[in-house]
Design a protein around this ligand. Structure first.
Ligand code: BES
Ligand code: MN
Ligand code: ZN
Length: 497
């Protein structure tokens, strides 16, 4: 979908959309005089601007049609509601086979976002809502009449041409780039597992590095052996598909303000290994590389934006299968930083590949290290399917991610990393073991395990995305399948560093 910014009177299309606050006199972007009439008709059908409620009106002259979507009460407003409401427009426009849809952009005074960024923030949410709601994964099926195509063109219609400032244009372009990156990540997560073996994901990363200021290095089996990345090797040992470690680097043109290392778990399929999962828990495990997919999505974006930060992206990639050479419960492995791990459950494999990646990332001496992983089922039990857990040593970054996430419609909650629980991963035969006590603080214990591989000098945040990385039901602007969480928040974070 393309977005175009233009004054309302230049819009050739027949369909206009406007958002409405509950019990207000006029839809946003519509004059009081004109709006009063519309609202009178809408109210006859019990439309008062209730959140997510929609109504289609025909203007008197009969030429244009106006679609209204409720934003709910003004005092309950948050920018993410714009994504939700615009998603409604996209769905309805699709059902009515509208190819060009125009959204009326409100006057800044009428929305409760303070400051000069009001309209750019509105536009960002609107463009993202439209692109994200239009996403579908149709690689392996035909289009369906009951699931119609979204409009091709989204018009962002301003009351005057003067309102279309360079800032507003930039916001629309960047929001589009972020949304496209999210769709790219969703595609990777949705891809069937046998079509995205580690080597194939590495190939995609290599492809990304052909653009922008992005470079790539892929460490394959031989090199991993030389380097002592035994955790990645052992997790991948039960599969015919060899594991690898992808290292992407983005360097800015200008002076770099900071160096950040972003790591994503890339288990391209998690059967559990010899500690085999039951079938019912295995059927969504193609999503276990969502962290790595987010790293790739981020680098697609970094190739397009012009951020003044150096970013390292690491994606340890392996397929966790119970083949003849698979690692066994009871095995001991030596990680890249020299610590030994007793593997008591081969299904706790994410923390193993991350152990090597975190130790390697620490050596790059970044100012900040963030890892993302579909790491623990316990996280879904604790926080549900819409919240990611944050754990780590960098309180400031944790708080920022929580705040930024609200604007992005991505939700985070902090869990502690208590030293008191470190005893849970003490091993009798190695430095540590890869599981704690059964059903006790699974997400926290995984975080404490990861911390063993992070250099104490490196501020670090771990994001457990086991809940929101993949959804089994449609959300407002997110289809069943890979969601792209937490790419939008990371992009916002890196953009404001
Ligand atoms: N990939 C899973 C975690 C997961 C579960 C992600 C559900 C998304 C949805 C991870 O590798 C795993 O199997 N974790 C185990 C750890 C346990 C063996 C300590 C789990 O959570 O059961
Ligand atoms: Mn597992
Ligand atoms: Zn896993």
């Amino acid at each position: 979908m393309k977005a175009q910014l233009l004054p309302r009177d230049k819009w050739p299309g027949k369909f206009l959309g406007s958002l409405v606050f509950e019990d207000r006199k006029a839809p946003l972007g519509v004059s009081q005089a004109e709006g009063k009439e519309f609202m009178a008709i809408a109210e006859e059908e019990n439309f008062h601007g209730q959140y997510k409620k929609t109504i289609l009106l025909r203007s008197d002259k009969g030429r244009q049609r106006l679609l209204l979507v409720g934003l709910g009460k003004k005092k309950e407003f948050e920018p993410d509601r714009v994504r939700v409401a615009v998603a409604k427009f996209i769905k309805l426009a699709g059902e009515m086979k509208i190819a060009e849809f125009g959204l009326l952009i409100p006057d800044p005074k009428s929305i409760p976002i303070r400051g000069p960024n009001c309209i750019p923030r509105f536009i960002t949410a609107a463009v993202q809502g439209a692109v994200l709601a239009g996403y579908r994964y149709t690689e392996h099926r035909k289009n369906r009449p009951e699931d119609p195509e979204p409009p091709e063109l989204l018009g962002l219609l301003f009351s005057t041409g003067k309102a279309i400032t360079p800032t507003v244009r930039k916001a629309a372009a960047q929001a589009g780039a972020v949304a496209e990156a999210v769709c790219y990540t969703r595609d990777l997560v949705n891809e069937p597992p046998s079509q995205k073996a580690p080597e194939m994901v590495a190939e995609l990363a290599t492809w990304l590095a052909k653009r922008g200021r992005v470079k790539v290095e892929v460490m394959r089996k031989k090199q991993l052996i030389q380097m002592g990345m035994n955790c990645i090797l052992r997790v991948g040992a039960g599969s015919h598909e060899p594991p690898c470690l992808v290292h992407l680097t983005y360097k800015p043109k200008r002076r770099s303000k900071k160096t950040v290392c972003i790591i994503g778990k890339g288990v391209t399929f998690d059967s559990g290994g010899l500690s085999l999962k039951p079938s019912a828990s295995m059927d969504t495990m193609k999503c276990d590389m969502a962290g790595a997919a987010t790293v790739l999505g981020l680098f697609k974006l970094l190739g397009e934006l012009d951020l003044p930060v150096t970013v390292h992206g690491l994606a340890p990639l392996a397929e966790n299968l119970p083949g003849g050479s698979a690692q066994k419960p009871g095995d001991v492995i030596r990680a890249y930083n020299g610590k030994t791990i007793e593997v008591l459950n081969t299904d706790a494999e994410g923390r193993l590949i991350l152990a090597d990646a975190l130790a390697y990332g620490s050596k790059l001496e970044p100012d900040l290290m963030i890892d993302m992983a579909t790491l623990t089922g316990a996280c879904v039990v604790a926080l549900g399917d819409e919240y990611s857990a944050l754990l780590g040593t960098d309180r400031k970054t944790i708080n920022r991610l929580i705040e930024l996430g609200k604007e992005q419609g991505e939700f985070f909650w902090q869990l502690p990393l208590p030293e008191r629980y470190r005893s849970h991963i003490k091993s009798k035969v190695a430095d540590i073991k890869n599981i704690g006590k059964p059903r006790i603080a699974g997400t926290i214990v995984a975080g404490l395990f990861l911390q063993e591989f992070v250099d104490k000098k490196v501020p670090w945040v771990h994001i457990d995305i086991a809940g929101p990385a993949f959804t089994k039901e449609d959300w407002d602007y997110t289809r069943t399948g890979g969601t792209g969480v937490p790419l939008r928040t990371l992009a916002a974070f890196l953009s404001t560093i």
